[in-house]
Each structure stands twice: as structure tokens, then as C-alpha cells.
Design a protein around this ligand. Sequence first.
Ligand SMILES: Nc1ncnc2c1ncn2[C@@H]1O[C@H](COP(=O)(O)OP(=O)(O)OP(=O)(O)O)[C@@H](O)[C@H]1O
Length: 246
Amino acid sequence: MSPPAETPEGTAMTTAVRLRGLRKAFRAKTVLDGVDLDIPRGAFTVLLGPSGTGKTTLLRILAGLEEPDAGEVLVPRRRTTVYQEPRLIPARRVLANVTLGRRRGPATRAAGERALDEVGLADKARAWPATLSGGEAQRVALARALVREPELLLLDEPFAALDALTRLRTQDLVAELCARHRPAVLLVTHDVDEAVRLADRVLILRGGRIALDRELAEDHPRHRDDPDVLALRRDLLAELGVPAAH
Ligand SMILES: Nc1ncnc2c1ncn2[C@@H]1O[C@H](COP(=O)(O)OP(=O)(O)OP(=O)(O)O)[C@@H](O)[C@H]1O
């Protein structure tokens, strides 16, 4: 499988991701049918869409795990994914999980400790994954992503398995970390409230294409009872085919 083309580093280029005419079919089923998309550096973009519309397929193409049938894909070299499940290695301590695959040494160790500190888990460096709560394990997965200093952070429903309170706290943490580190973010979710809370921009994927593309005001996380947020929420639910009463 050939990897996607990479955005040149250290240039003034403001685009992190560029997709043109992206197509992907599985046997007779066309999933992506000519997706065009630019994601600027530092933008927090949320991708919504009904189940089975190809959101994960799009993310996997950006990660380089799936090859498109046609189209142009340009992504930064430093990109990493956080999934719904933390995917930690049980036989490695927390710090070793964070620095997994990095060259060993004091600089890597310090970077790992810094990342753990940023997610509020400095005291868990020597803990085993099995001793962590679900929310803590997901914060370790975030630290592992951060330590790679990604220019593109791909988030595949990273809050979906968390309880309601932990989900809100982890969303706030991700918003704060992304505001500080400024990667381009593509977050895939089913949750409209999560989208309006976190996004600079919301996309809906439907019928193999970007069916809706809306930019939001700068300030986030946002309050769900703000009139602009309520209006956007209504529009998104309507576009997703959910009746107005929800
Ligand atoms: N490797 C594969 N082989 C065959 N079909 C696949 C493969 N990967 C995905 N598909 C199909 O492509 C379609 C899109 O799948 P994808 O997982 O990208 O959707 P999604 O929007 O992320 O769905 P969900 O919201 O339910 O996670 C589905 O019909 C799925 O069954």
C-alpha cells in the first residue's frame, strides 16, 4: 500500500489536510464519492454523519491505514490517532506506553513525563494500565498522542466509551490541549452536543460527500443553551434526519 502524500514541513503552508475527489468503494458499495476537503493548520474540525456513511474510512485514509480508489490526499507526516478504546499495552507501565516506539533516553522520558503532566497523570507514570480507570486510560492515550507533537490529530470517537461526567471533563481537557498545541484536529463523533461544544467547524458526511460545512465562533468549549449553539444544534440534527423535538 502506498502512503498518502505529505504536507511539506516548515513551510508557510496553512493547509494541513487537502483532499480532492476522494473515492472509496468496498466491493459494489461506494462509501466515499468525491470528497473535497481542506483542513487548515490548528483548526478543530468535527465530522458527523449517520452510521455507516464512511467517517471511519475517511479517518483511516488520512491515517494511511486505507488506500483510496481515486483522488488526491495530502496530510502532514506527524499525524496520530486516538481511538474509542485507549489501546494501551498491558505489560508496559504508563510512561512506557506514552513513549512507545520513541527512541529511548532522557529526552524521550522527559517528554513523556511532560505529556503525562499535561493530562493530569504525572503521578501515574509507573502505574500499570490495568490499575487505571477508563477515563485515566484514555488520558494516557492522549498523552501518547501529544508526545508525538502531531500536526494532525485524528480522534475516532475518543469520548464514546466514557461515562457522562468523565466525557465532559475529557472533552474540556482535549479542547485545552488542542488550544495549546494547535494541531489540526479531525474528530469523528455521533454526538451533536460534543460537536457544537468543541468544533471550530462542523462537517456532515452523507451520501459519500461533505453535505454540510459550518464554521463556528472562536470560543469553546461552549454553553449548550447559547442561542447560536441551539440554532446550530437544530440545523445539525435536521441534516442528520432527527426530528426537531430532540
Ligand atoms: N474493510 C471493509 N470491508 C468491507 N466493507 C467495509 C470495510 N470497511 C468499511 N466498510 C463498509 O463501509 C461503510 C462505511 O463504514 P465506516 O466504518 O467508514 O462508517 P462510519 O460512518 O464510520 O460508521 P459508524 O458511524 O457506524 O462507525 C460501511 O457500510 C461498512 O460496512
